[in-house]
Design a protein around this ligand. Structure first.
Ligand SMILES: Nc1ncnc2c1ncn2[C@@H]1O[C@H](COP(=O)(O)OP(=O)(O)OP(=O)(O)O)[C@@H](O)[C@H]1O
Ligand code: SF4
Ligand SMILES: [Mg+2]
Length: 305
């Protein structure tokens, strides 16, 4: 359904001295219809940037995105719009999509209005149905975002994302601002909607338990790259970083990095991105590491077997 090839994104910041940061570096991925893929990795590894590249909120520096075989990269805005309803992003922060000055029903109706495909009555009926599907009552419709709880507001955001009947939802830490019981409720609700509507789901999360519980496949990111990908990643992690993430031993591994060895790897370094922190590194790891198939698992480490 959605396919990305060799995606790369570089942020440029600074006015006087420009600083470049490669946030996503050569990512290939494919999402199949009805599948749930979890993307995990530490803060700053490029998950949100990758999500924005997939939903075309950001234009990649290089690489391609395809949806049902149609190339979305480099096509005109007019043609891109036809696909935008099919792929929706649910961001971490509801404020990114819900206008605080609008009653929430207006925010849910907005994509339907913009599409120009429906009458006023049809939009009203669709908004009612979306609210009901998400377990929200008519009473919630005229309220402003600050008049709803965090969980209710996130359900409004999901209603809005579902309005144009997407085929793929990309959820970027969509529940991380909520307390644990509300998180579980929203995750269960998303899975039910997925089953009912046959949606593909990309679930970006810090919570490895949630990732394990909801996903058919897991992608582990580190420093802008996918370092491991497969179905039973958490049961049998093969990449040293995945193992560190699971054991939370990344904290101890950081301690063993000597100060003179620490800091960012130089731009000229083309070896393993995990080199600095890896307890298992050798000189061979200074060579570029490709994702390779290890008994059905993709792993970016020459040692994995
Ligand atoms: N607008 C920006 N300008 C410059 N650098 C940015 C910008 N946005 C993100 N970055 C940098 O790009 C890298 C990837 O950021 P991104 O937000 O994709 O990470 P993330 O994995 O989603 O992190 P988190 O788990 O904390 O949400 C980080 O090093 C971040 O500092
Ligand atoms: S390639 Fe080397 S440094 Fe990288 S994860 Fe594997 S063992 Fe560690
Ligand atoms: Mg993020």
């Amino acid at each position: 359904m959605l396919k990305a090839e060799n995606l790369r994104y570089v942020y440029t910041s600074g006015l006087i001295k420009t600083v470049k940061k490669t946030a996503v570096c050569g990512v290939d991925l494919e999402i199949f219809p009805g599948e749930t893929v979890a993307i995990v990795g530490e803060s700053g590894c490029g998950k949100s940037t990758l999500a924005k590249l997939l939903v075309r909120q950001l234009e990649s520096a290089s690489g391609e995105v395809f949806f049902d075989g149609t190339k979305l990269t480099g096509i005109s805005w007019k043609n891109l719009r036809k696909f935008m309803g099919k792929i929706q992003l649910i961001p971490q922060n509801p404020d990114d999509v819900v206008d605080p000055r609008w009653a929430v029903e207006r925010s849910v109706a907005e994509p339907l209005v913009i599409s120009g495909a429906f009458s006023r009555e049809e939009i009203s009926a669709k908004v009612d149905a979306l609210f009901a599907e998400m377990g929200l009552s008519k009473e919630h419709k005229p309220r402003y975002p600050h008049e709803l709880s965090g969980g209710e507001l996130q359900r409004v955001v999901i209603s809005r994302a579902l309005a144009l009947k997407p085929e793929l939802l990309v959820c970027d830490e969509a529940t991380s601002m909520l307390d644990v019981s509300v998180q579980a409720f929203i995750v269960t609700m998303l899975k039910e909607i997925q089953k009912k509507r046959g949606l593909g789901l990309v679930f970006i999360t810090h919570d490895l338990e949630v990732a394990k519980a909801v996903s058919d496949r897991v992608l582990v990111m580190y420093a802008g790259e996918i370092v491991e990908e497969g179905k039973d990643v958490f049961d049998r992690p093969l990449h040293p970083y995945t193992r560190a993430l699971l054991d939370a031993v990344q904290y101890t591994s950081l301690e063993v990095v000597l100060p003179e060895e620490g800091g960012a790897l130089p731009d000229s370094f083309s070896g393993c991105p995990y080199f600095r922190s890896c307890l298992e590194r050798t000189d061979v790891c200074k060579e570029p590491q490709k994702l390779r198939d290890v008994s059905g698992r993709l792993v970016r480490c020459w040692k994995a077997k």
